[in-house]
Design a protein around this ligand. Structure first.
Ligand SMILES: Cc1cc2nc3c(=O)[nH]c(=O)nc-3n(C[C@H](O)[C@H](O)[C@H](O)COP(=O)(O)OP(=O)(O)OC[C@H]3O[C@@H](n4cnc5c(N)ncnc54)[C@H](O)[C@@H]3O)c2cc1C
Length: 377
């Protein structure tokens, strides 16, 4: 905790200890002292970073040259290296994205082209028979195999980044919520509550990694979030778990429709299969599963008919910090130094939805470059 009226001084304050805040802290504390990470919850990683599919994405879903595409492909490579080097459990399973009917096949072709444009290696289009040979319970006309997709346990990755930042003397301050940001002549004053007590803290640099609340942090610093297109539209997704022996060995996704990637089947590291997430916009942050299992069964039965013979039960949910509101077109991650808006030393990370887990180490590298190249400390 930060003590009452005492003013502590930091060099860099990161707001938010999800996977992104932790990865950034682990990276920048290699070269910087006085790094603090403020987290409103009692522990790190209790929001979006522990409520997701745990998939290491390949990078087929994002338009060329966007941050999502670049940082996903880079993050994918970095994650495999990191997991192998530090014995973080993972499985490089590959993934099938499947299509039935002309319209979906055309979409699948688009995904393949986008993947190639983004530098995703090893993509292969399979016909229905080849798909069935790989996954006997999947019945479709075509499937796109992306061999570089994998799975991991997000908590294990967060434990790694937390251990690394601690080793580099960065400090995680839990139960500490930033509620005010004031620009000083040099740097910023952050105010808030730490374990029920008020605190104020000065810092040269602020890095906003507050996930679902990152628009509020940007607003606290004085940015006009609606004018800038920074408002977060929380978009929830529920998961159900499938009983019995695994129906598939590798992640199987439909062609994306709507705001998410479509209800897919994903094995966890033990092989147990989860269905989801679906997507619906919400007004409040609440992790109770709200969807009906019939919708999940119906959607998945289109490509795995055997799902109808299985029991499925409510599992968990996650909430995407989306910049893209209902019916809006694609939106990219926002990662920028706000110096040109009068906020020298303030770095915003807003709208870090999927593939934020995959991209986390690459995002950290990117933020570290901004810090090195643009901010005098
Ligand atoms: C359903 C779902 C499935 C997904 N699946 C995948 C996937 O398979 N692969 C993939 O790559 N990505 C996936 N993602 C995306 C990925 O989970 C996110 O991009 C990533 O977790 C974002 O991490 P974060 O650190 O930015 O946010 P968070 O984990 O939300 O962390 C932000 C932290 O900031 C803290 N905070 C907020 N405000 C304050 C404040 N004022 N003061 C102090 N602390 C504050 C919060 O408490 C929180 O701990 C998925 C997301 C969802 C919702």
């Amino acid at each position: 905790m930060l003590e009452g009226a005492r003013v502590e001084s930091a060099n860099i304050i990161i707001i938010g200890a999800g996977i992104v805040g932790l990865a950034v802290a682990a990276k920048i504390s290699e070269k910087n002292e006085g790094v603090y990470v403020l987290e409103k919850n009692p522990r790190y990683g209790q929001e979006t970073s522990s409520h997701n599919s745990g998939v290491i994405h390949s990078g087929i879903h994002y338009p060329k040259k966007t941050l999502k595409a670049i940082l996903c492909v880079r993050g994918n490579t970095m994650l495999y290296e990191l997991c192998s080097r530090y014995q973080i459990p993972f499985k490089r399973l590959g993934k099938l994205t499947v299509a039935t009917g002309e319209e979906e096949i055309a979409e699948l072709d688009k995904l393949m082209r986008m993947g190639i444009d983004n530098g995703v290696e090893g993509l292969k289009m399979l016909d229905g028979r080849q798909v069935k040979e790989m996954e006997p319970n999947v019945e479709v006309e075509k499937g796109l195999l992306s061999p570089s997709t994998g799975i991991l346990e997000p908590d294990e990755l967060m434990n790694h980044f937390n251990a690394k930042m601690r080793k580099n003397n960065a400090v995680l301050v839990a139960e500490t919520e930033a509620t005010g940001i004031r620009k000083l002549k040099e740097g910023y004053e952050i105010t808030g509550t730490s374990v029920g007590e008020k605190f104020e803290m000065n810092t040269k640099v602020v890095i906003n990694c507050a996930g679902l609340y990152s628009d509020r942090i940007a607003a606290m610093a004085g940015l006009e979030i609606d004018k800038l297109g920074y408002r977060i539209h929380p978009c929830k997704g529920d998961y159900f778990r499938v009983s019995g022996s695994p129906l598939v060995k590798i992640p199987v996704y439909p062609v994306p429709k709507g705001a998410g990637l479509g209800i897919h089947l994903t094995p966890d590291l033990a092989g147990s299969i989860r269905l989801g997430p679906n997507d619906y916009y919400v007004d409040k942050i609440d992790y109770n599963v709200e969807s009906k299992q019939e919708q999940f069964r119906e959607d998945v039965a289109r490509f795995v008919p055997k799902i109808c013979e299985r029991e499925i039960r409510e599992d968990s949910s996650g909430i995407r910090p989306k910049l893209q509101g209902p019916k809006d077109p694609f939106r990219d991650f926002i990662i920028r130094h706000e110096a040109d808006r009068g906020l020298y030393g303030f770095i915003d990370l807003v709208g870090i939805e999927s593939p934020g887990l995959t991209a986390a180490p690459a995002i950290a590298e990117f933020v570290s470059e901004i810090l090195e190249d643009q901010i005098k400390k």
